[in-house]
Design a binder for this molecule. Sequence first.
Ligand code: ADP
Length: 284
Amino acid sequence: MPILVNHIDHIYNPGTVFEKKALSDVSFSIEDGEYIGLVGHTGSGKSTLALHLNGLMKPDSGGIYFDGVDIASEGYDMKALRGKVGLVFQYPEHQLFEEDVFTDVCFGPKNLGLERQEVELRAYEALKAVGIEDDRFYVSPFDLSGGEKRRAAIAGVLAMKPKVLVLDEPCAGLDPHGREEILSIADDLHDSLGITVVLISHSMDDLAEHVDRLLVMHNGQLVMDGPTREVFMNRKELEAMGLAVPEAAAVLSDLKGMGLPVRTDLITVEEAKNEIIRALRSRF
Ligand code: ADP
């Protein structure tokens, strides 16, 4: 098991008027090769949790274990951990700063202390994995399109060969085409490269289409954890937290309410389409 999060709390500004408990008794584990969604209202603790997963923040109580070892233990190699659990922040393109794309992507593996040849090989593979063509390698990151910038930033983390990749709202601010591009890269990294992916997203539709398991945060607590389909069965509870179910599930449930005998446990657009056609055919 790569990551075990064991009863962690995190309090910002303890003992001041700004004290805020951002994580409260959060426990779960992430197995190799999972594709997980992390969802919750703004301020529910998602980013704080993400920062704990690769040791950028420390819990005030409880512990985090990577491959069975407590990352807070004496002499733990934090630098290596940051390579193994890659974190792509919101708007990661703001962190592109080298003179060209290739040099930028080399930054992470170089920092891990790898030989130049290995650094360059990893940068090349990472840029290929996110679909950046060779003729874009030596342009300034600032001359890339919005979608390319984001892909280059993801490549920078990928070049460290993470086992686990945490993507914090990777589609924020992109148009529908750009969103689809990033999500299909996330799918590829999971399906083809076998990377464990944690996708933080506001979009229930995106999560329904892509991830297998969903973690739901509310007021710093992990309130639901299960297969995506099962979590979305809790429409009332999700709505009470200000969250929605995917559009496809909502439409099916409304149609059922109107008397069309459809299943309501389906969550993707394709599934809903087929189910509505089936129900209409059986009627006429
Ligand atoms: P999310 O990613 O779900 O929007 P965050 O993890 O960013 O949630 O925030 C969780 C809570 O912690 C919020 O109430 C937020 O205001 C608070 N918080 C986040 N970062 C800080 C910080 N650096 N200092 C103080 N409070 C913070």
